[in-house]
Design a protein around this ligand. Structure first.
Ligand SMILES: Nc1ncnc2c1ncn2[C@@H]1O[C@H](COP(=O)(O)OP(=O)(O)OP(=O)(O)O)[C@@H](O)[C@H]1O
Ligand SMILES: [Mg+2]
Length: 218
């Protein structure tokens, strides 16, 4: 009873294929929430802790270390579990709003759907790593693979971005499948809209979720 009455922070994740606008939006929302007087923390995945940043370096750099597909999943999941236990859960207990630039769904979309590894098993690994504490809302910013390609063509590609087009079609389909499976958690946004419009919509959904007393698991 005491626990139920305690003020709890809210968790939000931003998802979508590379170049969809996650970082642009999450930075904007962070500013908006700070301006409204909320306490906000933002983390990117993989990373956000000493262990996580080391793992990010290993997993995203094209530095020639062979990493098999299942090891890749476990490295992302290891970074995630360290992040939630070291940072996210304690912050939520203090009533802070936590914004995540990628979270559990990225593993399912990229490694499950993208790499064709067993989706349910990856969901099981996530459940273990994050103790089934899913975000109040997950903002899936949806753009076409062609649009992503245009936006990122000038940027140096990391390990995953170097994957071929078919991979990203599968990842996008993965996100859409997850959005259908968890309709209460997922908010699908058209990533080709004006960034300022997107920002307003996301802020509205964040504020509505913060005001709602009910917290969902999925
Ligand atoms: N709504 C939008 N319309 C057009 N261009 C956008 C929009 N949002 C972001 N961009 C541009 O697209 C590019 C990628 O944006 P951003 O870095 O925010 O994406 P991301 O999802 O964080 O990518 P990554 O997965 O590579 O980190 C940037 O050049 C950004 O300015
Ligand atoms: Mg980004």
């Amino acid at each position: 009873m005491k626990r139920a009455m305690k003020k709890r922070g809210s968790l939000f994740s931003f998802e979508g294929i590379d170049g969809c606008g996650k970082t642009t939006q999450i930075n904007g929302i962070r500013e908006d929430l700070l301006a409204l007087g909320y306490r906000v923390e933002l983390f990117r995945e993989p990373g956000g802790t000493c262990l996580g940043e080391e793992l990010r370096r290993i997993v995203l750099l094209n530095n020639g270390i062979p990493i098999c597909e299942r090891a890749e999943v476990l490295l992302y999941v290891a970074s995630r579990t360290q992040l939630v236990h070291e940072k996210v859960f304690p912050l939520l207990e203090k009533g802070v709003i936590v914004l995540l630039d990628r979270y559990a769904d990225s593993s399912v979309a990229y490694q499950g759907f993208g790499r064709l590894l067993p989706v349910e098993e990856i969901i099981g690994l996530n459940d273990f790593a994050i103790e089934k504490r899913y975000p109040g809302k997950t903002f899936f910013i949806d753009i076409s693979v062609e649009e992503a390609e245009k936006r990122l063509s000038s940027k140096e590609k990391d390990r995953l971005e170097g994957e071929k087009e078919e991979f990203f079609h599968r990842v996008r389909h993965g996100y859409l499948t997850l959005a259908e499976r968890y309709p209460g958690r997922f908010v699908i946004l058209d990533g080709q809209q004006d960034p300022e419009l997107l920002r307003k919509r996301i802020l509205q959904a964040v504020l509505a979720e913060i005001d709602s007393p009910e917290k969902k698991d999925q």
